[in-house]
Design a binder for this molecule. Structure first.
Ligand SMILES: [Ca+2]
Length: 414
């Protein structure tokens, strides 16, 4: 690499260069199951490199091809997707960075593009008495000033605790409600019915539902119940770190890290309201197994009629489960054959998966649809942390999880 080029680099700007790393002639589907071979030719480009543990990306509407990218170490970047340059956004709150905590997700207000509601929402970790908590806040984006202004903390998922499993994904549904996942903070599964995920007085192991200003909707399922916290929408979750609104049903899909290969896909059916107040099972009804002993953690989900079963899960022995991260539904035009499919990052197994979820289902107690998994970006050593589809181009943007990591773009061969 050339040193000391004598170039004048403006303060705070890191000049980037789009590098087209590999142009595979043909990306083949996994040899896993009976998946048909892909015939789409895909270009994989590095947009930015050297990101420190990037976690999430949000595309900015308007002029230029810009996105916000979080780094878990506490930086919020403004990235120019056209030329790979990036600048740091100022005005963030104090962010604690213990273990897997730090600056995590970023989303925009649903009416951001209209100009009035220029709020940027972030999830991050704060420190308090007894440890750390997943926290939600928002600030107005001053694009010219490269800053967030009027920052306000909206919600703290107490109690403070020392464990990992922050959850921390956010989505707005089509009606403008904000859903935030709050993980179980690694509480031991042996607590069973006393586990925080089953405790309606704890925000751990929950999906929270809020208005955009952080206040609690009157129609949340536990409003009026003195024994349960009003912000809770669903409970019985472990560490749900991917979430997306289904483009056709409007339902909320989540992935969830299991224990001992009990990784899951869950659907929060908001279209008919049936998800409200539902128990997704952890740790009393789960396919998970104890990491060390291999013993079943709870009963199997179909054996508990009061819990919602996952629509898809990975069993012990199925290639070691699917440690999931970011999730997105593909509705772009760049890869028309993929429309309606679900994209999901795999961390430990280091690839990007695409699923035809029409094939998900349960037959004779077995999770179906593994054979309709198509693997992308295999063999590069990339733990995939987030995946997002560009709303205009349909190109797929992927963040890799590493101390010095790239943001890459997948697009069809011209
Ligand atoms: Ca579950």
């Amino acid at each position: 690499m050339k040193q000391d080029t004598g170039m004048k680099i403006p303060m705070g700007v890191i000049l980037g260069m789009i590098a087209t790393l590999v142009v595979p002639a043909c990306v083949n589907a996994s040899d896993h199951g009976s998946g048909a071979a892909e015939d789409t030719e895909i270009v994989v480009e590095t947009v930015v490199d050297g990101l420190q543990r990037p976690w999430a990306l949000a595309f900015l509407p308007g002029e230029g091809d810009l996105a916000l990218v979080t780094e878990r170490t506490g930086r919020l970047n403004l990235v120019n997707l056209a030329d790979g340059s990036r600048e740091q956004i100022s005005g963030l709150p104090a962010i604690a960075t213990p273990g897997r905590g730090g600056l995590l997700d970023v989303v925009l207000h649903p009416e951001f593009a209209a100009g009035e509601q220029n709020w940027v929402y972030i999830t991050y970790v704060t420190q308090g008495s007894g440890g750390y908590a997943m926290t939600l806040g928002r600030g107005r984006l001053d694009l010219a000033g490269r800053a967030l202004s009027e920052f306000e903390e909206l919600f703290v998922a107490t109690p403070y605790d020392s464990g990992n499993h922050y959850g921390a994904r956010m989505v707005f549904d089509d009606a403008g409600y904000l859903y935030v996942t709050s993980g179980d903070r690694q509480a031991p599964h042996r607590l069973q019915a006393q586990h925080p995920s089953q405790d309606l007085q704890s925000y751990h192991g929950k999906t929270l539902r809020l208005y955009a200003d952080g206040s609690i909707p009157d129609d949340n399922p536990f409003v009026g119940n003195p024994d349960a916290l009003d912000a809770i929408y669903t409970y019985g979750h472990r560490n749900h770190q991917g979430m997306a609104v289904h483009p056709e049903t409007g339902d909320i899909w989540q992935n969830e890290h299991g224990e001992g290969d009990g990784d899951e896909i869950n659907v929060l059916r908001i279209s008919d309201g049936s998800a409200a107040g539902s128990n997704y099972g952890w740790p009393i009804a789960t396919y998970g197994r104890d990491y060390r002993s291999g013993a079943e953690v709870g009963v199997l989900p179909p054996q508990n009629p009061d819990t919602v079963d996952p629509v898809h899960w990975w069993e012990r022995g199925d290639d070691g489960g699917f440690p999931p991260s970011g999730m997105a539904f593909y509705m772009g035009n760049a890869f028309p054959a993929w429309r309606g499919h679900m994209l999901m990052g795999n961390l430990a197994d280091q690839y990007l998966a695409r699923f035809d979820t029409d094939n998900f289902g349960v037959v004779d107690g077995r999770s179906q649809g593994h054979e309709h998994e198509y693997r992308l970006l295999e063999g590069r050593g990339w733990r995939i942390r987030d995946v997002r589809v560009h709303p205009e181009t349909g190109y797929i943007y992927v963040l890799v999880d590493a101390n010095s990591a790239p943001l890459v773009r997948l697009r069809p061969q011209d």
